[in-house]
Ligand binder design. Sequence first.
Ligand SMILES: *Cc1c(COP(=O)(O)O)cnc(C)c1O
Length: 385
Amino acid sequence: MKCNNNQTINLPSPSYVCEETLLLNNLKLLKYVQDEADVSILLALKGFSLKSTFDLCREHLKGCCASGLNEALLAYEEFKGEVHTYSPAFKPNEFEKITEISNHIVFNSFAQLELYKNSLKNHNSIGLRINPEYSSVEIDLYNPCGIYSRLGITKCEFLKGINTYPNNLELISGFHFHALCEQNFDVLEEVFNKFEAEFSEYFSRLKWLNFGGGHHITRIDYDVEGLINFLKKIRAKYPHLKIYLEPGEAVGWKTGYLESTVLDVVHNGIDIAILDASAECHMPDTLAMPYKADIRGASSDANEKQYKYRLGGNTCLAGDIIGDYSFDKPLNVGDKIIFEDMIHYTMVKTTTFNGVNLPSIVIKKSDNSFLVVSNFGYNDFKSRI
Ligand SMILES: *Cc1c(COP(=O)(O)O)cnc(C)c1O
């Protein structure tokens, strides 16, 4: 399907539409950081696993970070770059395959390392995830260093670990921390300073450090040059250490939208539009975080424009509400509603709850043609149960 920018085109509804040009801009910026600072940037599949864009991603990024066997397989089979696998806890029946396809394996505890150390292969570079105990993320759901966090080894547990398993430190080539969420480089610097103060005595035995994700590098107000200078300083101070970053959100940030259709407008005290897109199934972070997505041409201030609607999904869940918005014109059945920035942390989290279909996945190519790469139906619903 081809069209120019201003024409509307009949895509399946609902559809996630990833715009190649926008993705390419993000990838170029990330590659710029990678080249300037002499670090390696990996795609965190948790936030963005759109495999039909991996050819483009591979030209810019070194590989993927995976959180278990399925993501590691996707990285290995579809991305084909470096595969870095960390899991809060590895499963015995999956670990052998993980060792075969992973370059880096990062353990979340000394006990897991002990459990699996005899299965490791020569090509596996082994790391430990450290909890730097520097907590700056305000939303608990996304705070890897919050109180009682299970993610990463605290300094106290680290000291116990090397005491209990004195020989295992020799197996370790790197430290990993992931402590950020949607943050600028100043927070990375604060986390690193804390981490360095606690753990730099071990750096001489290591080959790499991995600073995790949560770096909002492609957001317009991110201090990219600040990040590059900071990374260069660390590279100069510890020249034997390779540095990895593994952003997910920054790759898919503002690279496309979710297009949906008004199916009905009902009234109960207020006007309510029922859409074929669902907060619960298709845009789960709007309920989990929660936040309110922007709608193209509408105001998220329900009182700003003349026509006010509550938008709800086509499930029987009472709380499947996307939010209250206002529009310049009344909404009619068949109207398109376009939710902005719906590529990262959406299609990786969708469900077929209530039998609702998954949105199709569409790539808007740089020549403005649209390529429908995935359609879903009854078999996808049935096969998941
Ligand atoms: C979620 C996660 C990432 C990616 O985080 P973003 O916020 O999407 O950049 C990277 N590494 C680990 C270990 C993660 O859990």
